[in-house]
Design a protein around this ligand. Structure first.
Ligand SMILES: Nc1nc2c(ncn2[C@@H]2O[C@H](COP(=O)(O)OP(=O)(O)OP(=O)(O)O)[C@@H](O)[C@H]2O)c(=O)[nH]1
Ligand SMILES: [Mg+2]
Length: 226
């Protein structure tokens, strides 16, 4: 499978400008993709298993403590949550998938609106699939990436909770992940190594989004569906 990639300048290159977060505001929560904001601003969605750290990462990159609601108990985020950043682009927090302890019907509802979101949301520029760096590649995550690929949704992988491992273990885990991905993907997706507790990966993530937003601003057809 081929991944849909966005380019990003390397740290230290002359195009490496770190985006300043001036404002970050909650806009709306809902279960219906047709009720998401109707303006055409670019948006980026955080998805991954419950408790992987999606909401914490949104707070970390926006310098806020409680913009997105977090919890030690999986299953905290239950809706599609839109946050507007610098009044220019959206960050979207989603419920986690693969959480065994929610009821079957709740799981089905999540599945339905998450699927609809990724399939129908034309403003979505890129997804970030979060995976806990401590764990071996999980079938549910690999299957979700496969599904994104099949639906031509560009995505990056975000390894979370890097503060919990030593540098050598981080390297080893990434290597294992790369090898598994290369069994089905022709090229590796972009990836980021992050920690919401020590701010690792913050500049790289923000710069990546900034670069894509700039490219969109500079292109004549700003978003593909306009
Ligand atoms: N050590 C450490 N803990 C983290 C990190 N990110 C998140 N956590 C913790 O992991 C737990 C889950 O974090 P959330 O951000 O609520 O996770 P989520 O993916 O949004 O979870 P759901 O909304 O339930 O799907 C919380 O106890 C966080 O404090 C991290 O980078 N390092
Ligand atoms: Mg959450």
């Amino acid at each position: 499978m081929r991944s849909c990639l966005h380019g990003s300048p390397k740290e230290g290159s002359k195009n490496y400008i770190i985006m300043q977060i001036k404002t970050a505001e909650f806009v709306i929560s809902n279960q219906l993709v047709e009720k998401c904001p109707t303006n055409k601003l670019p948006e980026y969605a955080f998805i991954g298993r419950s408790n992987v750290g999606k909401s914490s990462l949104i707070n970390m990159i926006t310098n806020q403590k409680n913009l997105a609601k977090t919890s030690g108990r999986p299953g905290k985020t239950q809706l599609i949550n839109h946050f507007i950043i610098n009044k220019e682009w959206f960050l979207v927090d989603l419920p986690g998938y693969g959480y065994a302890r929610v009821s079957k019907s709740a799981k089905k509802t999540f599945q339905k609106f998450i699927t609809a979101y990724f399939r129908d949301r034309k403003q979505l520029i890129s997804a970030f699939v979060l995976v806990d760096i401590r764990h071996k590649p999980q079938p549910v995550d690999l299957a979700f990436m496969q599904w994104l690929g099949e639906h031509s949704v560009p995505f990056s992988i975000v390894f979370t909770k890097a503060d919990k491992l030593r540098p050598k273990a981080i390297e080893d885990h990434i290597e294992i992940y790369k090898n598994i991905l290369l069994e089905t993907w022709e090229e590796l997706p972009n990836y980021f190594i992050t920690s919401s507790t020590n701010y690792a990966g913050k500049d790289a993530l923000l710069n990546y989004i900034h670069t894509i937003n700039e490219d969109l601003n500079n292109s004549t057809d700003r978003l593909p569906f306009q």
